[in-house]
Design a protein around this ligand. Structure first.
Ligand SMILES: [Zn+2]
Length: 228
C-alpha cells in the first residue's frame, strides 16, 4: 500500500510508540524507504530535537565524548569533595557534642569562698523565704529554680548579682503549668543571689539544670558555632 507524506506524518508518532497496526507499520516503513523527507522527520522525532545534526544519528564525535567524560569526572570530584567536607564538619560537631556531654555529666567543681553555695557540687534545697540568704556559684551557664510540684505556687523569681543589689539581672516566673524557671547565659565570673516573691513556705530546688543528652549538647555546639 502506498501512503502519502501526510499519512506518514500522522502515523509516525504511533509508529515510534510501537502502537500502530502491522499493516500501518509495513506501509510506513515502505514509505520511509523511498522518502528521505519523512526519514528525516522520523529521526528528528526520535531524537526529540528540532533540527537534525550533520552527522548520522547515534554517532557522537570523539571530542564530545571526551568533554562529557571530563564534565562527569569534574562533577563527581566536586560531589566527593563536598561530601568529604560535610562529613568532617558533622564528625567534628559530634565530637564536640560528646565532649560537652561529658563535661555536663562530670563538671569540674571549683573551690569557692566560705559562705558561697557551689551549685556545681550539689543542688540547694531551700524555701522561698530563705533562698535570698544564699550566695550562689555556678560554673555552668544556667541556674534552674524549681518550686515543689504540689505547692500551687505562682510568682516571680528574681536573679541578682550577689555584689550588685540595685536591680535584678533576670526575671523568671513559675506557676502551676511550669514549676521550673531557668536563667541562662550566666557566668562563673560572678556570684548570684535569688529571691522569690511570695509563697514563703514553698520549698525550692536550685540547681544548674544540667542536661546530659547528646542532642542537647549538639544544640549547644551548633548555637556556639552560630554565635548565638
Ligand atoms: Zn514522505
Amino acid at each position: 500500500m502506498n501512503i502519502t507524506c501526510e499519512m506518514a506524518e500522522d502515523l509516525l508518532p504511533l509508529y515510534l510508540e510501537g502502537t500502530c497496526s502491522a499493516d500501518s507499520r509495513a506501509a510506513l516503513e515502505a514509505h520511509l524507504h523511498i522518502c528521505p523527507t519523512c526519514r528525516e522527520k522520523r529521526e528528528r522525532m526520535e531524537r526529540n530535537i528540532p533540527t537534525l545534526p550533520k552527522q548520522a544519528a547515534g554517532v557522537v564525535p570523539l571530542s564530545d565524548c571526551a568533554r562529557r567524560i571530563r564534565r562527569h569526572r569534574l562533577r563527581t570530584a566536586g560531589l566527593v569533595l563536598l561530601l568529604s567536607v560535610l562529613s568532617v564538619c558533622i564528625l567534628t560537631m559530634c565530637l564536640l557534642a560528646v565532649d560537652d556531654m561529658r563535661r555536663q555529666a562530670n563538671p569540674t567543681v571549683f573551690p569557692v569562698e566560705d559562705g558561697v553555695w557551689n551549685l556545681t557540687a550539689g543542688e540547694l534545697e531551700t524555701s522561698a523565704e530563705t533562698v535570698g540568704e544564699y550566695v550562689l556559684f555556678t560554673n555552668s551557664t544556667r541556674i534552674s529554680v524549681t518550686a515543689a510540684e504540689d505547692s500551687g505556687y505562682e510568682g516571680e523569681i528574681l536573679l541578682w548579682d550577689a555584689e550588685e543589689n540595685s536591680a535584678p539581672i533576670l526575671y523568671g516566673h513559675v506557676d502551676e503549668r511550669g514549676n521550673t524557671c531557668v536563667f541562662e547565659n550566666l557566668t562563673s565570673a560572678r556570684y548570684y543571689r535569688i529571691t522569690c516573691e511570695g509563697g514563703a513556705n514553698v520549698s525550692l530546688t536550685i540547681s544548674e539544670g544540667r542536661v546530659v543528652s547528646f542532642w542537647h549538647s549538639l544544640g549547644t555546639v551548633v548555637n556556639t558555632l552560630l554565635g548565638r
